[in-house]
Write a protein that binds this ligand. Sequence first.
Ligand code: PEP
Ligand code: MN
Length: 341
Amino acid sequence: MDIIVLGPGATDKKIQRIVRKLEDKGFTANISRGTERTVIGVIGDTSKITDEESSTFESMPGVEKVLRIIQPYKLASRSFKSEDTTIKINGHVIGGRKIQVIAGPCAVENLPTLLKTAKEVKKAGAAFIRGGAYKPRTSPYSFQGLGEEGLRYLAEVKKQTGMPVVTEIMDPRDMEAILQYADIIQIGARNMQNFRLLLEVGSYNKPVLLKRGLCSTIKELLMAAEYIMSKGNNKVILCERGIRTFETETRNTLDLSAVPVLKELSHLPVVVDPSHGVGKRQLVAPMAKAAVAAGADGLIIEVHAHPEKALSDGEQSLKPEKFKTLMKELRAVAKAVGREI
Ligand code: PEP
Ligand code: MN
């Protein structure tokens, strides 16, 4: 038993009785109230619940049925919640009809460049500004990001442009600072299975952009989302950013089939990062268009006012004018698949 479904007459009292019974047995409850039905997700090792115990829940007042979920992820699964999850951030909805675009440099480097880039991408139609203040670099000798100073520059850009901020957390010790400045917390590919970090971001009510690990399966991505959601934070956005394969022409292999697969298995919004997916500037636009055609709810794209001077990922960063052209092309693709951008 993983889910308890209550009918339209589910009062608070009836819900609380079920929650208490679950808690007595060492489980926690995740309550999701719909217009017609209330669904209680049972959090914990539900394989221990016997069929007899399960039927005692089924006969409680207000309960319509109890269900088992076959997949190892529950809260993230479509069987738990059939309607698409929408996440509202400063007036922008992720997971709705409108495809949301997050754009900006790989790393925050200095305020003037960040501000210039932000103004350009906003004008072209991006809603969110991205930029890492803590960078997960392969070499310890490469630029590691500006830390809190970078977060302050992002805050200044938000103040001047109104754009909500997407930025990466690498260490729970930076949580307080990140919470203060980020509107969406990014969990990078390298930390997708940093379970302590996932539990930490799950403890706050802040949206999380969860990037697929370099060598992770779709199921592992959904289990990582489950870690976050198990702590009560349902605002998870999944991100396909390319996986490692034998192919070397591109930085990674962008797995666009993950988009329809994730949309089938989960109710969570799906965003695609074509920049890290391909690693080469000239390949970003075609894959961004393909991502929208495949049903992505959003895109995260690296754009830099001066890519040749970028301290990280310059080779995959678009110049603002190329980004502007891409946005125009994306509008047509979005329209063709019944969306807008
Ligand atoms: C990034 O967004 O700059 C980044 C480091 O991405 P990923 O974790 O997908 O490599
Ligand atoms: Mn990058």
